[in-house]
Design a protein around this ligand. Structure first.
Ligand code: CO
Length: 154
C-alpha cells in the first residue's frame, strides 16, 4: 500500500469525467487500498479516484461506520433535502453550505465487480453525493449556496 498525493483545486484532473471500470484486477485492488490509506491519513470521510489523479469511477467512504468501496456508482433513488456545511480534501480551508438529499440509494459494484445496492442517510447520503459528483468533475463549490468563514465554524 502507498499514500497517494491528493490533487488540489486548480488541478485540471479534478474537472474531468472519470471512466467506467471494467477490469476488476489486482491493479484496481491496489488503487482501492491506496485510496483508503490516503483518505485515512488525511482524516477525510471520502475520496474519489480523480482526487489522486486517476480518472476511474472508484470511490471510498468512511463516515465512521467502516469502509465502503463503490466502483461505478450511480444514485438510483434520492429523497428529501437538507443544506449543511461541506468541505473537500482537494479544497482545503473552504467550507460551504450545500443542499443535498437526506437519503439516497446507490447502485455500485464491489472490488470484484459484483453489483450491490447501499442506502445512506444524512452524512452518508451527503458523502455518496459529494464523491459521486467528483467522478463527473463536479466539486461541492459548484453547488454551495453560501460559503462560511473558517473562523465562524465554532
Ligand atoms: Co471532495
Amino acid at each position: 500500500m502507498a499514500l497517494r498525493k491528493i490533487r488540489k483545486y486548480g488541478d485540471e484532473v479534478l474537472r474531468k469525467k472519470s471512466k467506467k471500470v471494467d477490469v476488476f484486477d489486482e491493479r484496481l485492488h491496489t488503487l482501492i487500498e491506496d485510496m483508503l490509506e490516503t483518505m485515512r491519513e488525511a482524516e477525510g470521510v471520502g475520496l474519489a479516484a480523480p482526487q489522486i489523479g486517476i480518472l476511474k469511477r472508484v470511490v471510498v467512504i468512511d463516515v465512521g461506520e467502516g469502509p465502503i468501496v463503490l466502483v461505478n456508482p450511480e444514485i438510483i433513488e434520492s429523497e428529501g433535502e437538507i443544506t449543511q456545511p461541506e468541505g473537500c480534501l482537494s479544497i482545503p480551508g473552504v467550507v460551504g453550505e450545500v443542499p443535498r438529499p437526506t437519503r439516497v440509494k446507490v447502485r455500485a459494484q464491489d472490488k470484484w465487480g459484483k453489483p450491490y445496492e447501499i442506502e445512506g442517510e444524512d452524512l452518508l447520503a451527503r458523502a455518496f453525493c459529494h464523491e459521486i459528483d467528483h467522478l463527473d468533475g463536479i466539486l461541492f463549490i459548484d453547488k454551495a449556496t453560501k460559503f462560511i468563514e473558517p473562523d465562524s465554524e465554532g
